[in-house]
Design a binder for this molecule. Structure first.
Ligand code: ATP
Ligand code: MG
Length: 267
């Protein structure tokens, strides 16, 4: 899965990243889904351990174009974890109060605490993506934010936060299909916004903005993964694998009881 990691300071060209890639996994969808189920079980155990140990914090950032699959990822990858220790924070267009503060203010309030796993559905990266593409603010302002973001994430990392960032990479055709499916099915109309079509027209601008994000903000302490996301099963498998590997790498331990339990008998 290392192949999908963006090396720090590398120059990303998204046209070179295939959204249909399935890496070394050649066994296809059924086998992929079976593997995902096993990983879900492992993630359940690891999340309980994270909660019990109360030492590490885990932050997962999801970014994608509309219909890129953020919601589906959250549903499928985290379907076995205990909701008591996991939280999703979704970032919409900022409120007037949020706009009166620096762009990281609303973000910092949502970061994970000890023992917690937090999933960012969109994030501070919107502040160098949508605002840039729409010229909401001057380049002098957003241009400084890459470094500000790196410093912010470094602070989190140095205070016990493990950060994993996933860009869900789909192509224009796949987005068309998914948006069309939302139009065709009345039960999906709530997900469709006419404005999504305007955003779609800005696809090349967004790709350029994402390339800058991926090139400038993938660090050792907060790496980006470019997740081929046309195939949902592979998207989920890749993310789940990275999560499980990362959590296993933390070498967490269940805390010991504060009391001596030797010889305790329950009558
Ligand atoms: P889906 O991806 O399933 O459509 P969503 O995350 O797009 O769900 P919406 O309510 O449709 O949810 O969109 C949220 C909107 O908020 C997006 O258009 C996003 O670009 C916008 N947004 C988020 N953060 C910012 C920000 N800092 N500045 C301006 N717009 C933002
Ligand atoms: Mg939307």
């Amino acid at each position: 899965m290392k192949k999908f990691l963006v090396k720090p300071e590398s120059k990303v060209k998204l046209s070179k990243w295939d959204p249909n890639d399935t890496g070394d996994f050649k066994d296809g969808k059924e086998a992929g889904l079976a593997r995902l189920e096993k990983l879900n079980g492992k993630l359940e155990t690891l999340q309980e351990l994270l909660f019990a140990e109360h030492k590490h914090k885990l932050l997962i950032v999801l970014q994608a174009m509309d219909a890129g699959g953020k919601d589906g990822t959250i549903r499928r990858v985290f379907n076995s974890v205990n909701p008591a220790g996991v939280r999703v924070a979704s970032f919409k267009a900022p409120t007037p109060e949020e706009l009166d503060h620096d762009f990281l203010w609303r973000i910092h309030k949502e970061v994970p605490a000890n023992g917690e796993m937090v999933i960012f559905n969109r994030s501070h990266y919107e502040d160098v993506l949508v605002v840039r593409v729409h010229n909401y603010i001057q380049p002098e302002v957003w241009g400084k934010r890459f470094e500000q973001i790196n410093e912010f994430e470094r602070t989190l990392a140095e205070n016990g936060t493990t950060i994993l960032k996933f860009y869900l990479h789909i192509d224009l055709d796949e987005q068309k299909e998914r948006l069309q499916a939302r139009l065709d099915d009345t039960s999906k109309h709530w997900k469709f916004r006419i404005g999504d079509l305007d955003e779609r027209k800005l696809w090349p601008d967004y790709m350029q903005a994402f390339e800058d994000v991926l090139s400038k903000t993938s660090t050792d302490y907060a790496p980006w993964y470019i997740v081929p996301a046309n195939r949902k099963w592979f998207r989920d498998l890749l993310i789940s694998t990275v999560l499980v590997d990362t959590l296993e790498g933390l070498k967490m331990k269940y805390p010991e009881s504060e009391e001596n339990l030797d010889g305790v008998v329950i009558e």
